[in-house]
Design a protein around this ligand. Structure first.
Ligand code: FEO
Ligand code: CA
Ligand code: CA
Length: 637
C-alpha cells in the first residue's frame, strides 16, 4: 500500500487512446544494466546466503528496460491487455450501472461496481484455463478521484461510497480468441464491502473485546477493509489480509495504551470516523478489534458468508499463505506490513478434508482454520530461528500480564509477540512457498526508521539502517512446515548495487529494483517479484534509476532476476495469479498516477497518469491486465 490522501490534481492528458494492449519490443537501450553485478558490492552480511552464479534455464524472455513513461510494458513476444478497471460493473444481473468518469456514480452504484485500488487476486477455474472467476482485493481509495469535487469536504454519502469501493470483488472472466474479458451478467458476480456481514470464527469469536452495541454477541462484523495480498487455499477458498486497518479509525486526544500500540491515529486517515460512528474509537472502542484479521471467502458460492479467522491472530495482515504438512494439516504463514512488526505461522489441529458427502471441499473445511496453534518468528544471528507459540498461560502470556484468555492473546498478538521476544521486521509484505523446495520467501519492503534514534537497531535479518530498499528473506522449517525451528538467510538485498550510500547498495544479480512487495512462485518454480516504491520517492535520488514500479522474474537457483513488466506512472504493481496451464498471467495495476503526498515542494516531480483509458479529461483507474505470450506458451519461458 502506498498511502496517500491527497486530492488528485488535473493532469496533462494529451493522448486519446482507448483501453488497449501495450506491446512493446525491447528496442530501447537499458538505462542501467545490472547484469554484471558482483557480490563484492554487498556490504551487509548475508547469513548463509548461497553463492549464486550462472544464467537461468527457467526464464526465457528478453528483459525490458526500466520504466519511465505512462505506459505498461511487457517483453517482446507478449501482450498485456487491461480490463476490469475500477468502476466497471461486476456483472450482477439487473444492477450494472455504467462507470462515470466524473465521479458522479452514487454509493449504491459503487456497491455493484469494481472497487478501487486492485491488489491481490486469484483465479478459480470454471472451465480450466479459458473461463473462471477472479477474486480481487480493493485495498484503499483515492477519494480525490472517487467523488465529484474530491474529498474536501467529506460527508456521510462520500464515506459510504468510499466504503463501497473497498473490500473484494468476484468477477467471471472468459478468454475468446486469445483475449480475456468479463462475463456479464454472471451468477457468480459479487461485491463484498464494508456492509457485508462476516462471521467471526475461532477463539476470539464472541469475546468481550469483540462485542459492540450493534453486535452484542461479537459474532458478526460488517465488512472488511484495506485488503492487500491474497492467496488460494488447497481447499479452494480465497484468503485476504486486512492490512493497515488502524488508519481508518480515529482515537481522539487520549488513545488507550492498546490503541497506541496499534497505531490508531487521532483522526482517521480517510475521515470515516467523522461521519460513521463505527470508526470513532471514543464511541465504539471495540470496533477496532474486529479488523486486522485474515478473511476467507468461498468465491464459488455467491451466497456464502465470508469469515474472519481469529485463530490466525490479529495483525496488520498483508495476507496469508497456506502450506500443507506431510500428514495433511494446513500451515498458514502471514506477516504484518508495519515497521518493526512480526511474521507468524498457524498450524492447524486437523487435517485438510476432501470433498464428499454432498459437500464441496471448501464446505468440508469450513472450520479448519479455527483450531490450531499460532506461532511468531524469531530470527537468530546464527542463521537459525524459532517459532514461539502464542498460547495463553504459556510463558509471559498470563492474566498477570494482561491476557485474560486465548481470545485476548489473539486480539493483542502484537503485545504478545513483544513479550515473547520475536524479531521486529522491516515491514513483512507477501510470502510465497517454493513448490519445489519448500523454502518460504517473504518480502521485507523497507523500513526507513530502522536504526534511527529511538528505534530498534539492525539485526541479522534486518541488516540495513534507514532501509529504503528492502530485502527478501527466506526460511526452511525443520523437517516439515510445522517445524518449531528453521534455518534462514537473506535471498537478496534490493537496491542498485551501484548506489553510493552503503545502506542503499543492493546485491541483485540482474535487473535492479527496490521495495519488493508482491511475490509469487509459479508452477515452474520461478519467483515473480513486484514492487511498491512510493510516488514521493520513486523519481529522486537512489530510486530514480529504478524507474516505475515493476515486476521481475527470479530464478532462485541462480539468483538471476529479469525485468518482465513496468507499470505506468506512479502505479504499484501488485497481485498476480495464473491460469492452471500457466499461459495467462493476471496482474493488478494499482493507483496509476497517484499524487505524491507532499505537493508543497515545487522541485518535486508531478507525474500523473492516464492509464489505462488515455481519454481526454479521463481518470487513471486501477485495473487488471491479462498477459499472454503471442505463441500461447507458458508465461516466463
Ligand atoms: Fe498493502 Fe503492505 O502493502
Ligand atoms: Ca502490498
Ligand atoms: Ca507495499
Amino acid at each position: 500500500m502506498a498511502k496517500n490522501f491527497s486530492e488528485m490534481e488535473d493532469s496533462n492528458r494529451s493522448s486519446n487512446l482507448s483501453i488497449h494492449a501495450v506491446i512493446e519490443t525491447s528496442r530501447r537501450t537499458f538505462l542501467r544494466n545490472g547484469a554484471a553485478v558482483s557480490l563484492a558490492t554487498v556490504l551487509a552480511p548475508l547469513s548463509g546466503c548461497a553463492v549464486l552464479a550462472g544464467p537461468s534455464n527457467k526464464i526465457g524472455f528478453k528483459p525490458i528496460p526500466v520504466g519511465m513513461g505512462d505506459q505498461l510494458v511487457v517483453p517482446e513476444g507478449y501482450t498485456a491487455t487491461p480490463f476490469a478497471p475500477w468502476g466497471d460493473p461486476v456483472g450482477i444481473a439487473g444492477r450494472m450501472p455504467a462507470f462515470k468518469m466524473d465521479g458522479s456514480n452514487s454509493a449504491d452504484d459503487q456497491a455493484v461496481q469494481l472497487g478501487m485500488h486492485h491488489d491481490g487476486l486469484e483465479y478459480f477455474p470454471l472451465q480450466g484455463s479459458s473461463r473462471g472467476l477472479l477474486a480481487i482485493n480493493h485495498e484503499y481509495t483515492d477519494d480525490g478521484l472517487l467523488h465529484v469535487g474530491g474529498f474536501n469536504p467529506m460527508n456521510p454519502e462520500k464515506v459510504r461510497k468510499a466504503q463501497n469501493a473497498h473490500g473484494l470483488s468476484v468477477i467471471e472472466v472468459e478468454m475468446k480468441n486469445g483475449r480475456w474479458n468479463m462475463v456479464r451478467p454472471s451468477p457468480y458476480a459479487r461485491r463484498v464491502t464494508l456492509s457485508t456481514p462476516f462471521r467471526v470464527a475461532g477463539p476470539a469469536a464472541g469475546h468481550a473485546l469483540m462485542r459492540t452495541s450493534a453486535d452484542p454477541q461479537g459474532l458478526t462484523v460488517l465488512g472488511t477493509l484495506n485488503n492487500c495480498a491474497s492467496s488460494k487455499t488447497p481447499w479452494g477458498t480465497y484468503l485476504s489480509g486486512e492490512e493497515n486497518f488502524a488508519f481508518y479509525f480515529g482515537a481522539g486526544d487520549k488513545p488507550t495504551q492498546d490503541q497506541q500500540r496499534w497505531g490508531a491515529p487521532k483522526s482517521g486517515f480517510f475521515a470515516w470516523d467523522k461521519h460513521d460512528p463505527r470508526f470513532d474509537l471514543q464511541k465504539n472502542p471495540n470496533e477496532f478489534h474486529r479488523f486486522g484479521w485474515v478473511v476467507e471467502l468461498d468465491p464459488m458460492d455467491p451466497n456464502s458468508t465470508p469469515v474472519k479467522r481469529t485463530a490466525l491472530g490479529r495483525a496488520a495482515h498483508e495476507g496469508a499463505w497456506v502450506g500443507m504438512t506431510k500428514d495433511g494439516r494446513a500451515v498458514v504463514y502471514s506477516g504484518e506490513d508495519a515497521r518493526f512488526e512480526y511474521i507468524y505461522k498457524f498450524v492447524s489441529r486437523d487435517k485438510i478434508k476432501q470433498a464428499g458427502n454432498g459437500l464441496t471441499q471448501a464446505q468440508a473445511n469450513k472450520d479448519l482454520l479455527d483450531h490450531g496453534v499460532l506461532y511468531v518468528a524469531r530470527f537468530d544471528a546464527d542463521g537459525k530461528g524459532q517459532w514461539i507459540p502464542l498460547v495463553h498461560g504459556q510463558g509471559p502470556l498470563t492474566v498477570t500480564n494482561g491476557f485474560a484468555d486465548q481470545g485476548e492473546v489473539l486480539i493483542k498478538s502484537r503485545q504478545a509477540s513483544d513479550l515473547l521476544g520475536a524479531t521486529k521486521m522491516d515491514r513483512p509484505e507477501w510470502l510465497s512457498i517454493d513448490p519445489l523446495s519448500g523454502w518460504v520467501y517473504c518480502t521485507l519492503t523497507n523500513n526507513s526508521q530502522r536504526g534511527i534514534a529511538g528505534k530498534p537497531g539492525v539485526d541479522a535479518a534486518n541488516p540495513r539502517v534507514n532501509n529504503v530498499m528492502g530485502q527478501i528473506i527466506r526460511w526452511k522449517d525443520a523437517n516439515d512446515f510445522d517445524g518449531r525451528t528453521f534455518e534462514w538467510n537473506l535471498m537478496v538485498l534490493a537496491g542498485d548495487p551501484a548506489n553510493e550510500r552503503a545502506e542503499a547498495k543492493g546485491n541483485i544479480k540482474g535487473d535492479i529494483y527496490a521495495c519488493p512487495d508482491g511475490i509469487t512462485f509459479d508452477k515452474q518454480g520461478v519467483l515473480w517479484i513486484q514492487t511498491d516504491a512510493h510516488a514521493t520517492q520513486m523519481y529522486k535520488g537512489e530510486l530514480s534509476r529504478i524507474g516505475n514500479n515493476q515486476m521481475l522474474a527470479c530464478d532462485t537457483a541462480t539468483g538471476e532476476t529479469r525485468r518482465f513488466l513496468t507499470g505506468p506512472t506512479n502505479c504499484e504493481v501488485t497481485g498476480v495469479t495464473f491460469t492452471p496451464d500457466s499461459t495467462t498471467m493476471f496482474v493488478s495495476i494499482q493507483h496509476p498516477g497517484e499524487t505524491p503526498s507532499d505537493r508543497s515542494d515545487p522541485s518535486k516531480p508531478r507525474r500523473y497518469s492516464n492509464w489505462p483509458d488515455y481519454a481526454p479529461n479521463g481518470q487513471p483507474r486501477s485495473a487488471l491486465v491479462a498477459i499472454r505470450k503471442l505463441d500461447g506458451g507458458i508465461i516466463g519461458t
